[in-house]
Write a protein that binds this ligand. Sequence first.
Ligand code: HEC
Ligand code: HEC
Length: 392
Amino acid sequence: MKRVFRYGLAVLLLLGIIGCEEQPDFEYYYYEPEDYALLSRYLNIPQEPIDYSVKLPEAMRFSGLLPRPIDSDKALLGRVLFYDKHLSKDGKISCASCHRQDIAFSDDKPVSRGVFDRVGTRNSIALGSVFSFAASYGTDLFGPDGVPFFWDNRANTASEQNLASMTNPVEMGMTHTEVVRAVRAQPYYGPLFRKAYGDSGVTIERISEALAEFVNAIGSFQSKFDRELIRTPGFGSLQARVHSDFPGFTPEENRGKRIFLDRCASCHGEIHDRPLKKFASNGLDATTTDKGVGGITNLPEHMGTFKVPLLRNVALTAPYMHDGRFATLEEVIDHYSTGIKPHPNLSFELRSGNTPIRFNFTPQQKKDLIAYLNTLTDLNFVNDNRFSNPFK
Ligand code: HEC
Ligand code: HEC
């Protein structure tokens, strides 16, 4: 009897322990299990949350680079939208068709092709050329300091930008109503909208906000240049330290950096965080064919000027310039060396009086510049799974 009692107690204790360990009420699901099962049928995404916040190295934050906060659930929804071909009129084009991650979110064609194989007029801008959209783009948060979007700076925020791409007849060719309808029709969006917005209501504002959140999460700041910039000795800001030779650079790369700081950085930026000029003419043509910024503002002094692009990952993003006219970096350097044309709005850095400057780079100087531009390649970014195609 005593024994039975003792066993009974032991069994009860054991059940108690197992019971405690199994506590189904305390199990943590990021998605409801049935939601995750549904998502898994279409998408390769983990059950755990993905962190899209922009985590800049400390030295960069101390140098005043402060990214806007990112909502990770909205960014993940934005990533699925970015890769979803249902958002286009012929069902064949997504944002990623013209912004390929393997080439830093650029396109390898001189001008992009959109729905029904329609040909655009401009070269896709490499989203991976940007240090951090969250840290410098958009006039909504950064006011007049914020970098606007597109070659002619015509969009002020990432939302305005993506609405323009979705409705552009040579890009995705949709109306707002058609975009909303296309998104509502896909079963995987229910759980993603619930996670991001608390309910599964699909509106164009939410779609645009989520896409903007994904674009704002994009940024490239782990190149060889960045690693050297951060570890280079010195007390000043990064903007001051960039002028010292980098210990981990080859002599070629350091010489190229000096040429860049002398000749190119006054427009493209010394640490490639933001362009120091928003737009300029770099003398591609003597006469205006594409009006660029002037087409938006109608001011004579803006005719034939274009956004000064950032140059991160530039070795991956050929062809170059707003119309993709140069196939290689060598051709770009030859342009700056001896090819600048006398446009009326040619920027003063590239002219002396009314004559275009001839830098006449030696073959060695050209090699040095290209070696330096190659240090801006960031393979961590190009291979970052958080930005990859989520579709199965
Ligand atoms: C058919 C090709 C195509 C598609 C599809 C496309 N883009 Fe683009 N994208 C471009 C081109 C070309 C430009 C430059 C256009 C211009 O400046 O006039 C550009 C510019 C941009 C820019 C501006 C970057 C900067 O630094 O100013 C962003 C951001 C962008 N696209 C994001 C997107 C998103 C998000 C989508 C999907 C909603 C998308 N794109 C769809 C070709 C495309
Ligand atoms: C006066 C300002 C200015 C200076 C100085 C300048 N650039 Fe540029 N750069 C621009 C502008 C503006 C564009 C875009 C022009 C266009 O497409 O119409 C550009 C485009 C480029 C591109 C193409 C990027 C792309 O994604 O297509 C490269 C590469 C480049 N510049 C490298 C350099 C180098 C190297 C130097 C120094 C030798 C230099 N730039 C000096 C203004 C400048």
